[in-house]
Design a protein around this ligand. Sequence first.
Ligand code: DLL
Length: 437
Amino acid sequence: MSSHDFWDKDVESLDRKPLQALQLQRLRQVVDHAMRTRFYEPRLKKAGIFSSADIRTLDDIQKIPFTTKDDLRECYPNGLLSVPMNRVVRIHTSSGTTGIPTVIHHTQQDLDVWTNLVARSIHATGSGKNDIFQNMMTYGMFTGGLGLHYGAERVGMTVIPMGGGNTKRQLQIMKDFGTTVLHITPSYMLHVLSVMEESGILREELGLKKAYLGAEPYSEDTRRKIERLWQIDVYNSYGLSEMNGPGVAFECIEKSGMHVWEDVYHVDVIDPETQRSLPDGTEGELVFTNLLREATPLLRYRTRDIASFLPTPCACGRSHRRLSRITGRTDDMLIINGVNIYPSQIENVIMRIPEVGNNYQIHLEKTGALDRLIVKVEISSAMFIGDLKQIDNLKELIKDNLKASIIINPSVELHEPGSLPVFEGKAKRVVDNRTRI
Ligand code: DLL
């Protein structure tokens, strides 16, 4: 590997030992900083931590109590702010559709750290100043727009700040400016393909090479499908507004798991029930500490996201560990007639089937005392003009495969291409119409 392959070689290839020493030093700093806040001071003291002197090893992080989304909501709007407001240069919120949003304040230094991590991530995918970057994530309080924007500028890409929506115009811009890299949600990426089919613009007229897909879960088969249909490389990108936003974990050119930038983020994988730490290779809930936060320090934040660390080093030479795909959230588990099912299990099954189109939805209804699972699936355009027998066979195939994977017997509805609701940001896949008692 040459230093050219890294954005910041010294940090990205730092051996595990010095990397952990750096984490410890920064953890101690952030604990001292948090200790000065009204939110953390009583909590840390209650846990026996009076200053950074009580954090002697990295394992001492376990003494720090968890912070939850509810804690953040209770602090709305400024309860976690730990610098004077005149040092805050930007505010972001989580994109949650219900309830009170969580608020993250940023100082200029916070933004610089974030921008640098995004730049590092983009560089790790092999993109740079020769790329035309079309950012199709929503701009605004959501971090997907501005977060990638500044990182892309820092590596010298030509940035087209489109934001989400207006798909025909997006395609025209892609064609006219020769866009090479997109930033977009996976569900929207599949929809753009359907719109391209009607728009008269041909794939050959576009210079597209890569897409950064994230902000919502998607399966490995969905990645392959998008790569095959678009003839591009897809890189998975994970982040959450509480930890800045995108740029927390990103795939490198190896496309095999997302490097978490461990000089800035300490991550623990815990069993959500017992709250005990789990070893690399075991799936659990991700718990993040931002080691360099000024305006909103967050210690041991329970993300509710489920994933595992890959147990082997990456061929790219980066020492920062890789996260698996996010397989679900502790709060998106569906209980259907007593059986626990994650929506990702359903996507895993249907997106493996080539005749399946670009969109799907999971509906839950109540019939008497029983729950009913209805999986609505768009079929491909080629299949749509096929004969009825073929369509019936496809329906049975999807049903059988789902039954084999999730145990319960679903109803499957096949829909024509483009007929299910489209989301230009995060997709809403589950519609739960069961009345709760
Ligand atoms: O979604 C930040 C982001 C923007 C990440 C653009 C990647 C690209 P929030 O709105 O706070 O922030 O939502 C965070 O989205 O806890 C996960 O549940 C989910 N999520 C984000 N990326 C992925 C991914 C942004 N690659 C929440 N795979 C997180 C699965 C993801 N889920």
